[in-house]
Design a protein around this ligand. Structure first.
Ligand code: F6R
Length: 236
């Protein structure tokens, strides 16, 4: 596991974008696993700049996102499909038909999960998975539990996650109570993993996840079993 600690969010975002850009340059038809939340926003801004400058192209890239709220369709401004379009896809030359986000409105979420795992398999797996980390140690929406779940599945969000994400909604009551998330198998089978964690508040959970025991109560601790993880943390 490689740790990069930087002072500012700007530095974190630049470094993360440089790593993703290198992946695209090395394999222009790569499969990127992408994340939402506040941490990767600056990374996406830097990637957009790189496309505008002609340094990289998303023309042949496929993306698979980690998760989606249950009950929000892509037109809802807090859905993760909307977030991805707004923060990245609408501003780069990606073929949107090759951008995948789990369908949080699927009638049968179990089937949706199975289909999502099959899709990732059929793409040949993920070349680089971008992750954030929740204050409770979640990755994707794999919340603390008694066991790790391998498959894409629906989850009840932890009260601390609902609290943390309420900053994006009009009120806490508007935050969906459940989500569908890629499970640990697709995440851990990614060839490389890049985690971005912004701000002092994340430092404790990062330390616990990366230096403590591998424990499903700290979901990100499973990353200790992956051979190629880079964690970029900013101090401010
Ligand atoms: C988002 C996701 C979540 C976030 C995490 C951190 O797709 O899967 O695990 O990465 O909740 O969110 P921020 O970056 O907003 O602190």
């Amino acid at each position: 596991m490689k740790f990069i600690t930087v002072k500012t969010y700007e530095e974190l975002s630049k470094k993360a974008a440089d790593i993703i850009a290198a992946q695209i340059i090395l394999k222009n038809d790569c499969v990127l696993g992408l994340a939402t939340g506040s941490s990767p926003v600056g990374t996406y801004k830097n990637l957009i700049k790189k496309v505008e400058n002609g340094e990289i192209s998303f023309k042949n890239v496929t993306s698979v996102n980690l998760d989606e709220y249950v009950g929000l369709d892509g037109s809802h401004d807090q859905s993760y499909r909307y977030f991805m379009n707004d923060n990245l896809f609408d501003h780069v030359d990606i073929d949107k038909s090759k951008t995948y986000v789990p369908n949080g409105c699927a009638a049968d979420l179990k089937k949706e999960g199975e289909a999502y795992d099959e899709l990732i398999k059929s793409l040949g797996g993920i070349d680089l998975q971008l992750l954030g980390i929740g204050l409770d140690g979640h990755i994707g929406f794999n919340e603390p539990d008694d066991f790790f779940t391998a498959a894409t599945h629906s989850v009840t969000l932890d009260p601390s996650t609902i609290e943390a994400n309420s900053r994006f909604f009009a009120s806490k009551d508007d935050v969906p109570k459940s989500a569908i998330t890629m499970g640990m198998m697709s995440i851990m089978q990614a060839k490389r993993i890049l985690m971005v964690a912004n701000g002092k508040a994340k430092l404790d959970i990062i330390k616990k996840a990366m230096e403590g025991p591998v424990d499903p109560r700290v979901p990100a601790s499973i990353l200790q079993l992956h051979p190629d993880v880079t964690v970029i943390c900013s101090e401010n």
